[in-house]
Design a protein around this ligand. Structure first.
Ligand code: ATP
Length: 240
């Protein structure tokens, strides 16, 4: 659909001579959660890195909010309203939880609004308020994931890119974090592109899904339809 806030068109991205992404196209409609499912090494992280400007595609384009961004650097892309929550969280371990949140707001000058947004993210992740003064490196894996999402929210993005938020977390925490992801979408209207190996939780959270195999999109549909497909049940949901 042409009115998508984020449009990826036929991107091809390489690591040196090795092609990781082979002609991937996808759309993210404003106000939706879109997921890209794929096994280890399928190229999910590379898609997000190409969108956020960490990697340049050799071919193809990325159109965000009407502008071509595939040649721009990550800082510029972030300032346009695209926030990337990388795989493995990457919080600043020696900074306090509060200072990590402030790092997320470094492009902003509206102090009152920043303070209000700290309250807002704390209302979604109350544990972070309790840990506000602690170094982020002392948080558990789940809390660091919460902080990484909160830090991205502090930039007031139009779209968030989430790289495997379930990685390394217990089933209970995965459920908790995805429930908050869904609430952010429903209550704040946050648009999200979520890449995941955990197909079950991703398909039950997102509105639309793409399936990536060895760098190519092999299937795309609403998540309701994908959940009904035999191939998805067999290969991604572990049902026979
Ligand atoms: P994972 O969930 O394991 O991160 P992924 O689906 O995100 O998997 P990518 O990390 O995007 O996959 O990797 C896609 C392909 O590119 C893989 O074949 C991988 O081996 C290769 N690749 C990734 N990073 C590099 C690198 N720095 N140098 C060379 N090849 C790489």
């Amino acid at each position: 659909m042409s009115d998508a806030i984020l449009k990826v068109r036929n991107i091809e991205t390489y690591y040196g001579p090795i092609v990781a992404i082979r002609g991937v196209s996808l759309d993210v409609q404003e106000g939706s959660i879109v997921t890209v499912l794929g096994a280890n090494g399928a190229g999910k992280t590379t898609i997000l890195k190409t969108i956020s400007g960490v990697m340049d595609p050799q071919k193809g384009s990325v159109i965000f909010d009407g502008q071509e961004i595939q040649k721009q650097d990550p800082d510029w892309v972030m300032r346009q309203g695209l926030s990337h929550v990388p795989e493995g969280r990457e919080v600043f371990p020696f900074l306090s939880v509060y200072d990590n949140l402030m790092m997320g707001a470094y492009t902003r000058k509206d102090r009152d609004e920043i303070a209000r947004d700290v309250e807002l993210v704390n209302s979604y992740f109350p544990i972070l308020k309790e840990r506000s003064d602690q170094p982020a490196g002392q948080l558990s894996g789940g809390e660091q994931q919460m902080l990484a999402i909160s830090r991205a929210l502090m930039a007031r993005p139009k779209v968030m890119l989430l790289d495997e938020p379930s990685l390394g977390l217990s089933p209970r925490l995965v459920k908790e974090i995805f429930a908050i992801i869904k609430r952010l979408n429903v209550e704040q209207g946050m648009t999200m592109l979520l890449v995941e190996q955990n197909a079950n939780i991703a398909l039950h959270t997102a509105d639309f899904g793409y399936v990536l195999e060895v760098g190519r999109i092999v299937m795309e549909d609403t998540t309701a339809n994908l959940l009904e497909k035999d191939d998805i049940k067999e290969f991604y949901l572990g049902m026979q």
